[in-house]
Design a protein. Structure first.
Length: 405
């Protein structure tokens, strides 16, 4: 379990670092370079702390202790880079003095950490990182230093991410910032977990040189949240690209079918609105987007053609009716269409009908938004009691012969 979790987390971090290095390194914002560096350092450190790698290094005594020291230092560098990310998010990031101060502090922590591990005389023996009895306190001190500095860096980042999320409008960017905030909080717990090693450090002078099960799980969760947050805008753009085509086709096909009742009523009365009379009413999935686009245009054309038949009394007829629909605009649009269909079927053109011209349908600007609006109108057209009332009133206004028909 620890092997799988550690290697998975390492793979996520290293893959993300490689992606950033290939796509945004040149000319990128400093924060992007810091994030890529953080992922590379932490991914490399976790790779060398995987139990299977530690076991392999155990057979090479000259290397195992040096690699252990290197992985600890890489984790500290990763924390320092996160602090630089936090500084780059501040409005005053043009001032380089805070960055220089934090770089100097990070170098001091790295030097102190290395000195404590060397003073502890840590050696990897029988799968454990051990320190002589008289030097155990140095091993415990190193863990305190690592946990204190690392958690402080992460909490500073959390504060800056929360501030950024409050200033960003709802959307993929805010989602990404929130995921990264959760990653930083999980990473704080992960960093502080090393404090649980201190009792064993002081009592027995050893700790595992590899990640334990809890650290592996926390590492996977942190890696997933961090990479997901940092790539949130990319994931959000997938539906618009080639990989999102099947999902778009399915959505378009289902929406095309859902608009059938309104479109069919208009097409029956106004066959001339059909842009392609021979078109299949159930198009193939891969052509569903085009078919939906055509159906939206035909519904709009049908509504415009009915404008001379819409009685101006429709809002009055609909005023006293009860309806469960929240969007009254959709109900009024559907009621207008229903009333116009009744008057046109009766061959009756109301003298007070609305003149030809733009209808009350809002032009949303995108196919998805137009379709969403027409879905509301279709639902009202088929099930709204208000629309049923208006339809009856329109039929009555056409004369007793039409009403009895």
């Amino acid at each position: 379990m620890a092997d799988l979790g550690t290697l998975l987390a390492s793979g996520l971090f290293l893959a993300f670092a490689a992606h950033r290095a290939l796509t945004v390194w040149r000319g990128a914002d400093p924060a992007q370079r810091y994030i890529a560096g953080f992922a590379a350092c932490l991914g490399t450190a976790m790779l060398f702390r995987a139990p299977v790698v530690v076991s392999a290094l155990h057979r090479m005594p000259p290397l195992d202790t040096a690699v252990m020291l290197l992985t600890h230092e890489l984790k500290t560098v990763a924390h320092a880079l996160l602090l630089l990310v936090a500084l780059s998010l501040r409005p005053t990031r043009a001032d380089r003095r805070p960055v220089r101060r934090q770089v100097l502090l990070a170098l001091a922590v790295l030097a102190a950490g290395a000195a404590l591990l060397l003073a502890a005389g840590v050696r990897v023996e029988d799968g454990l990182a051990t320190a002589p009895v008289q030097r155990r306190v140095f091993l415990a001190a190193y863990n305190v230093l690592f946990a204190s500095y690392g958690s402080w860096c992460l909490l500073v980042l959390v504060r800056e991410l929360l501030g950024q999320a409050r200033q960003v409008a709802a959307g993929p960017l805010r989602t990404g910032l929130r995921l990264m905030t959760l990653a930083a909080l999980t990473g704080t717990v992960w960093t502080l977990w090393v404090l649980t090693y201190i009792p064993t450090n002081l009592a027995r002078g050893y700790q595992l040189p590899s990640e334990d099960t809890v650290c592996s799980v926390l590492g996977v969760v942190t890696a997933a949240l961090a990479t997901g947050g940092a790539t949130a805008t990319w994931w959000a753009a997938l539906p618009e690209g080639p990989l999102g085509a099947p999902g778009r086709w399915l959505f378009a096909y289902r929406t095309h079918r859902a608009l059938e009742p309104l479109w069919s009523a208009l097409r029956t009365e106004l066959p001339q609105i059909a842009l392609d009379p021979a078109a299949d009413r159930r198009p193939p999935l891969r052509r569903a987007e085009f078919a939906l686009y055509r159906r939206v245009i035909e519904i709009h054309d049908g509504h415009l053609a009915l404008r001379p038949y819409i009685p101006t009394a429709v809002p009055e007829w609909a005023a006293g009716a009860t309806d469960r629909y929240a969007d009254r605009r959709a109900v009024l649009a559907a009621a207008s269409i229903a009333a116009a269909l009744e008057t046109r079927r009766a061959g009756h053109r109301p003298p007070d009908a609305r003149p030809p011209g733009p209808g009350p349908f809002p032009m949303a600007g995108t196919l998805a938004a137009e379709a969403a609006w027409l879905l509301q109108v279709t639902a009202a057209f088929t099930t709204s009691p208000t629309v049923a009332t208006v339809r009856t009133r329109a039929r009555s206004a056409c004369g007793p012969d039409r009403e009895s028909a």
